[in-house]
Write a protein that binds this ligand. Sequence first.
Ligand SMILES: [Zn+2]
Length: 257
Amino acid sequence: MTISLPPLGLPFRLIDRSLFPSTCWITGEPVQPADQGLSGGVRRRLERFLGWPFCPRCGATLGPWSDLSGCRRCPARRLGVERIVRAGPLDEPLSSLVRLLKFHGRWPVAAILASWLGAALEQHAAGQVDVLAPVPLHWRRQWRRGFNQAHEIAAYAGGRLNRPVLDVLRRIRPTAPQTRTQSVTARADNLRGAFEAFTHPLLAGKRVWLVDDVCTTGATLRAAAAALRALPAGIRPASICAAVVAVADSTPIPAND
Ligand SMILES: [Zn+2]
C-alpha cells in the first residue's frame, strides 16, 4: 500500500518545506523535501502498521487468528467508545514521532501523524465520520507546551477527510501527567470527571470521533467520552468513537485469562 501525504493545508499553511529536515526524523538518513522527514524504511514500517489487524474495541494488536469482535486485553482497557481506529501500535517509529511532537516541539510532525491517522480512518471508517473532536489539554499544560498535539493532528486529519473539527471538550481540572500515574486504577481515578463538553449544533445526532495522539490504559478516552454522553438528550452525538495515532499493546492482560 502506498500512502501519499496530502498537500499541506490548514492549520499547517505556515509550514514551509524548509521546516521539514533534510534528514529523516528517526534514522538521520538524507531525505528529499517531499519526503517530509521520513526515510523509505520508516515510511514502509508505518505502511505495514496500517495493515496490522487490531481490536476494534480496545485498539490492541491482534494475532492472525483473532476474533475481531474483541480480544484478551479488552477487559483491562474499556474505552467507553463504540469503536477505535488507530494508525499503529505505540512502537517504533510511531512512538518516537509522537515524542518528537509532544516533548520536543517538532510540531510539523503533527502533519505526518495526521496523514497516517487519516489513512487509517479512510481504510476502516470511510463514510462513517461526521465530526472530529480533539481531546484537550488543561489550559495550563497547553500554555506551557504552546499547542495541543491532539488538536493539531485532528485539524490536519479533518482537512484530509473534509470533516469539521470541533473543540467541544474542555479539561476542567489539571491532572497529573498520565506517564507518571502508572496503574490502570490510578489512571482512571486521575481522569474521572476531568472533562466537560460544550453543546454545539454540529454534535447532535452525529457520529463523533475523539482524536488523540496516544492511548495507553484508555482512561483519557473514557473520561472524554463520558463528558460527551453527559450532554442533554437531543443535542448528544449519535455515537462516539475514537481515532488515535498510536495504541499501546502493553496494557496488562487480565490475570484470569
Ligand atoms: Zn480488545
